[in-house]
Design a protein around this ligand. Sequence first.
Ligand code: SAM
Length: 293
Amino acid sequence: MDDNFLNGYEKAEMPSPGEFSVFKKKIAELIKLDLTNYKNAQMERRIVSFMNKNRVNNLQEYYKVLQSDKDQLEKFVNMLTINVSEFFRNPEKFEELEKTYLPELLERKPGLKIWSAGCSIGSEIYTVAMILDKMNVLEKCELIASDFDENILNKAQTGKYSAHEAGRIPERYKGYFRQVAGEQETLMLEPWLINSVRFERRDLLNSGFDSGFDLILCRNVVIYFTDEAKDKLYRGFYDSLSAGGILFIGSTERINNCKMLGYKLRTTFFYQKSYCALKKKSGNKNFFRKRNA
Ligand SMILES: C[S@@+](CC[C@H](N)C(=O)[O-])C[C@H]1O[C@@H](n2cnc3c(N)ncnc32)[C@H](O)[C@@H]1O
């Protein structure tokens, strides 16, 4: 942080582990997100940086700021969850999905159940929807997208994107977007494409999962999760996948103990549940039924 920015204000010192622990408990009540599953060092450095920006030098004061200032609370949640996303993020991987994995999955059944976990503004699941539409199978598929962040979900459901957010859409997919009348810089997806996705609010670290997914995308979500939390999540995904189902993860991620968890690494970032995996009885059947459950 730039010292000039503080204008003589005394920088906050790193709070003690005990102080952080109290703060995290209070935050969990305030925003309903369990921070104990997020990596400590990174998150704590960011919290101190936020304290400095707000010119408070202890966690109790910072908590009061978050309690009383909605904007600051939103910034804090955004800082924790980082919701940057884009259409066709890592295009070569989506090409692989289209050319290799979707045809394989569709060979086994005509319609697929697909989940984008940590969907942010929806670009990822809409990318999949566009690909499926080009393959003429969208109508037969069930698409679900979930995120912890309610605001981001509301945005995702509008299907509206600034030119910057829309980014570089490959030529053959540009037809799915329309210019919004009166809003020069805004693009909107075709309403029928938006309606092909069901959005749900869900904390991945604190809820049961539905089952029977053929494809789960969980990309660029676990960056700040502890190893234990990642492990638990990937186990949960395994149970949620149908036999032969694919887990598609982010390009800076890997599942260290994938074999132990039962996955086979097919190609980088694509993991597969074995075809002969035993069907385990697990998963919360109520998952995805109710928004904000
Ligand atoms: C960087 S975005 C990734 C978006 C998209 N998957 C992609 O790769 O472009 C990370 C998303 O994960 C969500 N997220 C972080 N922690 C979460 C949690 N515990 N439960 C559900 N979603 C979470 C954030 O709200 C954010 O929208």
